[in-house]
Ligand binder design. Structure first.
Ligand SMILES: NC(=O)c1ccc[n+]([C@@H]2O[C@H](COP(=O)([O-])OP(=O)(O)OC[C@H]3O[C@@H](n4cnc5c(N)ncnc54)[C@H](OP(=O)(O)O)[C@@H]3O)[C@@H](O)[C@H]2O)c1
Length: 482
C-alpha cells in the first residue's frame, strides 16, 4: 500500500470516538503500510495530557480492540503521536498548534499535507473551521477535513457550517463522514443490485411493492440525554444513516463506480425527493418516546432530559421519489431506542404475482446489516406431503473467518480519506436534500407541539409505538420484521 505523508490533527483527541474507533483504525492502516514513516498525529483537547500519556492511551485503545498485537509495531506507531492542550474556542491556541504541525511536518517529511478530523461535539465545528481559516492552519500540500455527524441541525445551520468550512476547503476536500457508509452490508447494496440479473431485473416499481429500513437500537440514551435532547431520532439517525441507505437503494444505476458517478446518480435521485406535506406527515409519520419499566427509566426520567420533553426516541415514516427505478414506491423506515433487539435491516418486499396456485407468499429480499451480516431471499416451493405452497429462505452468509476479516467502518473510511476517495462520504448537495426533508417533518411536529400533541409512548424492548403499524399506504402492507 502506498505510504501517505501527512500531519493529522484530531480535535477531540481525548474523546470516546478517538479512543474506541480512530486510534484502533489508524493502527490497522499503519500495519497495512498506508501511513508509515512520514506521518504524525496531533491529538488535541483541553485537558493537560503529555505526549507520553496520549501514547499510552493510544496503546490502550489498540489493546482493547485487538486480540493480538505486535508490540514493536504498536510502540513504533504510538511514537508518531503528539498531544497539544488546546481549547478550540481560544484563537491564540491555534498559533501553537500550527507551529507544532509545521515542526512535525519537517521532522517526518510530511510534504505540507494536513488532515483535520473534527471528533468533537458539533457545536464546535463552525468555530474550528473558522479558526483553521483565519489562523492559516492549512499548508502547502493537500488539506482535507473530516467532519463528524451531525452536520448542522437543520438546513440553515448546515448551510452556515458549510460556508465556514468552504472558506478553507473545497468540496472535494471535505469528508462528511457517515460511518454507515463504511459498513460491509451497506457497501454490498450496489453489487447486490447491479451484478445479479435475478435481482437487477426486478429492481423497479413494477416488481417492488415497498422497501422497509429498520435501524433498531436496544440501548436507551444512557448518559447522553443532554445531547439527545438537542437531536432526537429524526436528526440523529434519519437525516444521515437512513437517508444514505435509502439513496443507495433507490438511485439510478451509476455510469461508473467512481466517486463522481456515484454522487451524480445520488443527486439525480435526490432532485426528485418528494417533500411530504402536512397531511402526508400526519398519515405516514409517527414519533415516539420510550416508557420506563421496573428496571429502567422512562425517557422523561433520564438524566439531563426535560420532564416535559417532546424529543422523539423513535420515528417511523415514509420516503418517496418521483423518479428513478423505484419512482413512487413507498420506502418505509423506522428507528428507535430501547427496541426489542439491536438490529439493522432492510426488507425489500416484492409484489404478489397472480399464479395457478392461488395464494402464495410475497417474496422478500432481506439485507441484515448488524449485528449479523447476511442477505436472504424468500422463495416459494411446494409443500412436501400436502398440497399448497411453502416459503423457504435462500441465504448468503459470511463464515466466521470472513466476519473476522471485515474491517470496521471507520478503518475503511479513514483509508478513503487518506487516498482521497470521497465515494462513501456525503456530498453537500445530498445533505441539502436530506435537511429539506427533515425540516419539513420537524416543522410539522413543532406545530403539533403547539397544539399540545405529544410523541406516542411505547413500552421498552418492543418494536416501538403501535401507531407505527398504521403508516402504510395500503391495508395490505405491514412490517416484515416484527
Ligand atoms: N463516540 C462515538 O461512538 C461516536 C460515533 C459516531 C459519531 N460520533 C461523533 O463524534 C464526535 C465526538 O464524539 P465523542 O463521543 O468522542 O465525544 P466526547 O467523548 O464527549 O469527546 C469530546 C472531546 O472534545 C474535547 N473538548 C470538549 N470541549 C473542548 C474545547 N472547548 N476545546 C477543545 N477540546 C474540547 C474533549 O476533551 P476535553 O474535555 O479534555 O477538552 C473530548 O476530547 C461527535 O460529533 C459525535 O456525534 C461519535
Amino acid at each position: 500500500m502506498k505510504n501517505i505523508p501527512v500531519v493529522m490533527v484530531i480535535f477531540g483527541g481525548s474523546g470516546d470516538l478517538a479512543h474506541r474507533k480512530l486510534y484502533p483504525a489508524l493502527f490497522n492502516l499503519y500495519e497495512q503500510g498506508l501511513i508509515h514513516d512520514n506521518f504524525a498525529i496531533i491529538g488535541t483537547a483541553r485537558r493537560p495530557w503529555s505526549h507520553e500519556y496520549l501514547r499510552e492511551q493510544v496503546s490502550d485503545a489498540v489493546h482493547e480492540t485487538h486480540s493480538e498485537v505486535n508490540e514493536n509495531d504498536l510502540a513504533a506507531f504510538a511514537s508518531h503521536f503528539y498531544y497539544q492542550s488546546h481549547d478550540v474556542t481560544n484563537v491564540e491556541h491555534y498559533e501553537t498548534l500550527k507551529n507544532l504541525a509545521q515542526e512535525l511536518d519537517d521532522r517526518y517529511s510530511a510534504q505540507g499535507n494536513r488532515l483535520f478530523y473534527l471528533a468533537m461535539a458539533p457545536r464546535f465545528f463552525e468555530q474550528i473551521a473558522q479558526h483553521i481559516n483565519d489562523q492559516n492552519l492549512t499548508s502547502t500540500g493537500f488539506n482535507r477535513i473530516v467532519v463528524e455527524k451531525p452536520f448542522g441541525r437543520d438546513l440553515a445551520s448546515a448551510q452556515e457550517l458549510n460556508e465556514q468550512i468552504t472558506a478553507s476547503f473545497s468540496e472535494d476536500d471535505i469528508f462528511r463522514i457517515d460511518h454507515y457508509l463504511g459498513k460491509e452490508m451497506v457497501q454490498n447494496i450496489l453489487p447486490l443490485r447491479l451484478t445479479n440479473p435475478l435481482i437487477k431485473n426486478i429492481w423497479n416499481n413494477v416488481n417492488i411493492k415497498n422497501i422497509q429500513v429498520t435501524l433498531a437500537e436496544h440501548l436507551g440514551v444512557e448518559a447522553r440525554g443532554g445531547y439527545y435532547e438537542t437531536s432526537g431520532a429524526l436528526r440523529d439517525m434519519v437525516q444521515n444513516h437512513i437517508f444514505q441507505i435509502i439513496t443507495l437503494l433507490a438511485m439510478p444505476e451509476p455510469k461508473d463506480l467512481d466517486s463522481k458517478s456515484i454522487h451524480a446518480a445520488k443527486q439525480e435521485l435526490l432532485s426528485s425527493l418528494i417533500i411530504p406535506d402536512e397531511k402526508e406527515i400526519a398519515q405516514h409519520f409517527v414519533r415516539g418516546q420510550y416508557l420506563g419499566s421496573d428496571m429502567t427509566f422512562a425517557y422523561l426520567q433520564e438524566p439531563n432530559v426535560a420532564p416535559d420533553s417532546n424529543t422523539e426516541t423513535f420515528v417511523a415514516g415514509e420516503v418517496k421519489f418521483k423518479q428513478g427505478p423505484l419512482a413512487e414506491v413507498p420506502i418505509y423506515f423506522r428507528t428507535g431506542k430501547e427496541m426489542r433487539e439491536k438490529k439493522n435491516r432492510i426488507d425489500i418486499v416484492l409484489k404478489h404475482m397472480s399464479n395457478q396456485y392461488g395464494q402464495a407468499h410475497s417474496n422478500n429480499i432481506t439485507i441484515i446489516i448488524d449485528p449479523d451480516m447476511q442477505i436472504f431471499i424468500t422463495i416459494n416451493g411446494k409443500k412436501i406431503t400436502e398440497t399448497g405452497i411453502r416459503r423457504e429462505n435462500l441465504g448468503y452468509l459470511f463464515s466466521a473467518a470472513e466476519q473476522e476479516k471485515i474491517p470496521d467502518g471507520y478503518e475503511r473510511l479513514l483509508h478513503d480519506v487518506f487516498v482521497n476517495d470521497s465515494t462513501n462520504f456525503t456530498h453537500w448537495s445530498e445533505l441539502k436534500s436530506y435537511w429539506k426533508f427533515i425540516d419539513a417533518i420537524e416543522a410539522a411536529w413543532q406545530r403539533e407541539n403547539k397544539q399540545g400533541k405529544k410523541p406516542e409512548q411505547y413500552l421498552p424492548y418492543r418494536m416501538g409505538p403501535k401507531a407505527a403499524n398504521q403508516i402504510f399506504d395500503s391495508a395490505t402492507e405491514h412490517w416484515i420484521y416484527e
